[in-house]
Design a protein around this ligand. Structure first.
Ligand code: SAH
Ligand code: SF4
Ligand code: F3S
Length: 464
């Protein structure tokens, strides 16, 4: 199962072991990447606490430093290398410190990470149950690695230790991995095959969150629309995502339900009708388009084209007229022409996205694109196109927010506003951030707020 690299002599192993007895077993965890990684860090915290370790938010005090990493773009990996340089300095002051690399970079780079010198252990996303053992081995001087991917692991029985801090909103993973093989994407290699978590463990986790005062859950998966769970006792009772969404919505009308991410090729009408039917399922859909050009979508292996994507948007507007829509866009994918780029801009205008995450294409080693398609759009062209996409989205977001000015929304208060003192921040069901005077309200309250002003990123208002 586990590959161990014995790098020290018997004597020094004994020495480090003795040192270890004087420590408090404190671990610290720093997280990069998507919401699923954030949720995985909470699973890691649960596994470590079960094994007798204690979490700290002070790096200086920690005996074990974990960094949960992302490989989605090269700059995500560069950020992690930068952090490992900082950890190297900490280790110079405290040689017994154990540094563990977790997550997608761990899976992608494996042993190569140990060559860095700072890193003592490497664990991929399906190997977190072995972390306490890997830490103990590292403490005795044996560098350890476990990057086995699993077809079954969903950590279904583990109750994540919530690190979101606001105590109001929580992530709940409903599946892991991805089978889609978009040509540019590293995720199927770092997270393995798609698997769905048993529905009853999802429902039980949400019920527990509700008991603990949480008011909103976001169901997470790389492609939640392909959620499929087979009931082994009664195979006819197989659950799809629409059914799961309904089960979670029925837990309590006061609990808001969100989900992410939806893949356009699998976004069924049944899911849309379920959203329309339950008032506590938020009217917001994140539907990453990546490109407005059918030619590029085909090269990307996305499984839909411009027209079929727009047909899904029309269906959303028909079934859930109030729904906000956000997206992800990649600028400068292999072979992208000025015309392809123009089609992305025109699609953005046609949909009128309320929000978007926008990226320059970053070639990832070993993906289909890296193997077959040259990364041939010059960096300055990628930058220019990305800037045009961002400028357009800023206008669209501002228009969307202006349409909300004067309207009244129910806002779930999440905590103090980061920007204005004495104010609270929360979100509407449409996933827009609203800042409003604190008055007597507190995190977890539903507050009716009338919108008085806006920027492209935020709504501001007064409780009514
Ligand atoms: N599973 C989600 C996406 C997860 S990754 C989905 O399919 O919608 C989040 C976003 O990162 C993607 O939607 C894509 O826009 C972007 N992305 C992924 N790989 C990338 C790459 N190699 N270069 C630039 N952006 C990338
Ligand atoms: Fe990556 Fe595509 Fe899977 Fe999303 S659906 S994680 S973009 S391979
Ligand atoms: Fe990054 Fe892995 Fe998520 S590559 S985006 S942390 S699945």
């Amino acid at each position: 199962m586990m590959q161990g690299l014995r790098l020290t002599t018997h004597n020094s192993r004994l020495m480090t072991h003795d040192l270890r007895l004087t420590t408090d077993n404190l671990f610290y965890i720093e997280t990069y990447g998507c919401q699923m990684n954030a949720n995985d860090s909470e699973v890691v915290a649960a596994i470590m606490q079960d094994a007798g370790f204690t979490m700290t938010d002070d790096k200086q005090k920690a005996d074990v430093l974990f960094i949960n990493t992302c490989s989605i773009r090269d700059n995500a990996e560069q950020r992690v290398w930068g952090r490992l340089d900082v950890f190297r300095l900490l280790k110079q002051h405290k040689p017994s410190l154990i540094v563990g690399v977790l997550g997608c970079m761990a899976e992608r780079l494996k042993e190569a990470l140990l060559e860095n010198g700072t890193v003592d252990l490497v664990a991929g996303p399906d190997a977190y149950r072995s972390l306490p053992q890997l830490v103990r081995e590292a403490e005795s001087g044996q560098k350890g690695i476990n990057t086995l991917l699993s077809r079954e692991e969903t950590y279904a029985d583990i109750s994540p230790v919530r690190m979101d801090k606001n105590g109001v909103t929580a992530f709940v993973s409903i599946m892991r991995g991805c089978n889609n093989m978009c040509a540019y994407c590293v995720v199927p290699y770092t997270r393995g095959a798609e698997r769905s978590r048993p529905a009853q463990t999802i429902v039980a986790e949400v019920q527990e969150l509700l008991r603990n005062g949480y008011r909103e859950v976001t169901l997470l998966g790389q492609n939640v629309n392909s959620y499929a769970w087979k009931n082994t006792d009664d195979p006819s009772k197989t659950l799809d995502f629409a059914k799961l969404l309904e089960l979670v919505a029925l837990i309590d009308p006061a609990l808001r339900v969100r989900f992410s991410t939806s893949h356009p090729k699998d976004m069924s009408n049944a899911v849309l009708y379920t959203i329309a039917m339950y008032p506590n399922i938020c009217n917001h859909i994140h539907l990453p388009v990546q490109s407005g050009s059918t030619r590029l979508l085909q090269i990307m292996n996305r499984g839909y084209w411009r027209e079929s994507y727009l047909e899904r948007i029309a269906k959303i507007r028909e079934i859930i007229p109030e729904c906000t829509i956000s997206t992800d866009i990649i600028a400068g994918f292999c072979g992208e022409t000025d015309d392809d780029h123009a089609q992305t801009l025109s699609l953005m205008r046609e949909v009128g996205y309320d929000a978007a995450f926008m990226f320059k294409y970053s070639e990832r080693p070993n993906t289909k694109a890296a193997r077959h398609f040259p990364d041939d759009v010059p960096d300055e062209v990628k930058t220019k196109r990305l800037n045009e996409i961002i400028a357009l989205q800023n206008r669209l977001s501002l228009e969307s927010n202006r349409r909300d000015t004067g309207k009244t929304f129910e806002v779930l208060a999440e905590g103090p506003s980061k920007r204005s003192a004495g104010a609270l921040a929360g979100r509407t069901a449409h996933n827009k951030v609203v800042v409003f005077p604190k008055a007597h309200f507190k995190a977890g309250d539903y507050v009716t707020v009338k919108i008085t002003q806006c920027s492209s990123a935020t709504l501001m208002g007064e409780p009514v």
